[in-house]
Design a protein. Structure first.
Length: 130
């Protein structure tokens, strides 16, 4: 109990969140009155210095009423297999930890190209070049 209160206080007084991953998916919503086409949705994953994790969902073309489409995204297989287990503490090879991102040891270039990202060595990371 005391540890939980201590971590909660540290997170709120010394909060530092880092974006550690982004997933793109599609959701079937009615963009306008004439057509029903899939809209793009992005799931951004964040981790704090203290190990807390959260996600943020952004939907293209959803306007002010984007919250009602979050249930569709949370029911999607991508969310259920990748993001949901990660939110509850499981390790995911596609989502790095706060420490790897903060020390610039995660290869985001490969992740953006769609390849499997790897952990960089000290001589390959930007930290060693400075």
């Amino acid at each position: 109990m005391l540890r939980t209160i201590w971590i909660w206080l540290l997170e709120h007084l010394w909060s530092e969140w880092q974006q550690v991953g982004t997933f793109q998916t599609e959701v079937d919503i009615q963009v306008n009155y004439y057509s029903k086409e899939p809209a793009k949705a992005w799931i951004h994953c964040y981790e704090s210095r203290w190990g807390s994790r959260r996600e943020e969902i952004k939907i293209q073309w959803a306007g002010w009423f984007h919250r009602k489409y979050h249930k569709k995204i949370r029911r999607a297989p991508l969310y259920q297999t990748e993001v949901y287990p990660w939110l509850h503490g499981r390790h995911n090879t596609k989502i790095p930890s706060f420490v790897l991102v903060k020390t610039k040891k995660w290869d985001f270039k490969k992740a953006l190209l769609g390849e499997t990202p790897v952990v960089l060595n000290d001589d390959e990371s930007d930290v060693a070049k400075k």
